[in-house]
Design a protein around this ligand. Sequence first.
Ligand code: AMP
Length: 282
Amino acid sequence: MSRLETVRTVPGLRARLDTWRGQGDSIALVPTMGALHAGHLALVERGLALAERCVVTLFVNPKQFGPNEDFAVYPRDEQTDARLLEEAGAHLLYAPTVDSMYAEGHATKVSLSGVGEVLEGNFRPGFFDGVATVVAKLLIQALPTVALFGEKDYQQLQVIKRLVQDLDIPTEIIGVPTVREPDGLALSSRNAYLTPTERQAAPTLQQTLLEVARRFQAGDSPADLEAWGMDQLQKVGFGTVDYISLRDAATLEPVSAPGDRPARVLAAAWLGKARLIDNVAA
Ligand code: AMP
């Protein structure tokens, strides 16, 4: 296991990548906000399978948090993250400071209509502008061969695929299946906000989505299924269900019945202090 190098500036990142590219190595990029778990490490593993070099970025991006969201308390532990990445075989950690990513006078925003406006875009105003802006910057800074994103954040994955296509960024975007706890709860840094009782109720989110997907294929209407799903969640202790919705898997437009194109069922719901999101194929 070689020692993992950390760089914090764009010139530092580019110098390292230029050396590798000069040797003919391809580059995989894994953007994260740290607090790493097995879900992030699955992206690293896939990156290492697809490219000679795997670069992980660690940046808690203030622009994707709303004023009442958890930016200040978001878990941060770079040392542990670096150790996990070293063990996983990643080659470089890029951990820029907020000031270097958004220098004095920073004025550019990347904003997507359509796929960026619905669902999460609707409930978290400005969220996808923040995500799209930072991911566009990271991709332009590193110009990786491939970049890996989790299906856990399914809408984010579609936003990034759209962004890369629209801006002609020469990187292939790869989606990686959601890594789950044995009881089905999707791994997330925010699961740490759950009390033991809430943690017991949390797997109902995936179970409900799987049942909605099954019934959708069997011919039930999206409106009925969405109402049924909300009821299931609230019965086990979830609070506000922001949405549970059947969508076209690529455009995220509403679907009315199973068709030729793949569908997806996505949900966001509050459980105590945690806002959980999840999705499955429908
Ligand atoms: P985050 O640090 O939460 O912004 O996530 C960084 C990347 O890891 C994103 O592409 C996420 O979709 C992905 N990710 C987070 N949790 C999981 C999970 N449970 N399974 C797979 N990928 C995940």
